[in-house]
Write a new protein. Structure first.
Length: 289
């Protein structure tokens, strides 16, 4: 097999989905299916089983994919070493970033990074902080950007702090939630954020909201609040473009201190020694300063 075929097997094993793998490989799904058939024909075994739910590795496929990963990792490592010996920052930067940061803060950082270091390849996964922590523990990424202070034994670096706000079209004071019939719009979130809000609510009101709406994403929550459906508690990073018709009230705790949410950069001591990681941190420093 040639190197591109090994790469195909690695991507397929990571995605277990033909469409997603084709998107990552920048080829059409029919072309990818044909390439896979050719690979399986050359090995004379089934590497993946196909179903409507996606792909499943066969026992023989597990062995072949393990070989493919060794070849891809070794080849990329040698390429990186050769390019670094020439004083050129290259290689692959593997990032895991909490979705809210990936949507509202990361794009400008990555735009700057890719323009400054065009030889560095980018691998990015997004999701809840708990999922990004799992990726770190499984050594699938070099660094992660997560929300809330994480339990982490490696390099832990604070990036920034944001205040939390109650956002609504009608409520003027925090205690107005007692008299409003409007629902509290919540979004499904990482457990640490949910616990933070639950603790704040219980400490302040000693009760639960009378009416609630729960949505799957923070953006949906924000848009419903902006439309006047109800009130929401949102971090500062997502409401920078808030309109004049919206009221935002800063949350404070029982000691009248601002309620905040922190963002952290984490990684291992080893990954922070990589030139591409150091380059990424230098770009982050520019955007934080």
């Amino acid at each position: 097999m040639n190197f591109s075929e090994y790469e195909i097997l690695v991507v397929l094993s990571e995605e277990l989905n033909m469409r997603k793998a084709a998107e990552r490989l920048f080829i059409s799904q029919p072309a990818l299916s044909q390439r896979l058939q050719t690979i399986e024909r050359n090995w004379n075994v089934k590497i993946f089983l196909r179903s409507q739910r996606g792909l499943l590795l066969t026992p023989a496929g597990e062995k072949i994919v393990a070989l493919a990963k060794e070849v891809v990792d070794s080849t990329n490592r040698v390429k990186d070493e050769l390019q670094q010996s020439e004083g050129k920052i290259s290689g692959t930067l593997k990032l895991a970033v909490a979705s809210i940061i990936a949507q509202h803060w990361l794009p400008n950082v990555l735009k700057d990074f890719t323009a400054t270091y065009p030889s560095v390849k980018m691998s990015l996964i997004t999701g809840w902080t708990s999922e990004m922590m799992t990726a770190m523990y499984e050594s699938d990424v070099h660094v992660a950007i997560v929300r809330g202070r994480p339990e982490w034994n490696g390099v832990l670096r604070h990036l920034f702090t944001e205040q939390l706000f109650l956002v609504d079209k009608e409520i003027q004071r925090l205690d107005d939630v007692f008299i409003t019939e409007r629902p509290f719009i919540q979004f499904k979130s990482d457990s640490t954020y949910h616990q933070q809000i639950q603790h704040w609510w219980h400490q302040r009101y000693r009760t639960f909201p009378q009416r609630t709406i729960v949505v799957d994403q923070i953006e949906t929550c924000k848009q419903l609040a902006y439309a006047g459906i109800g009130y929401a508690i949102l971090p500062e990073i997502v409401i920078k473009e808030i309109g004049d018709d919206m009221i935002k009230i800063p949350l404070v705790d029982e000691k009248e201190q601002p309620m905040t949410r922190d963002t952290w950069l984490i990684g291992s001591e080893l990954s922070f020694q990589l030139p591409q990681v150091q380059a990424f941190i230098s770009i982050i420093d520019k955007h934080i300063d």
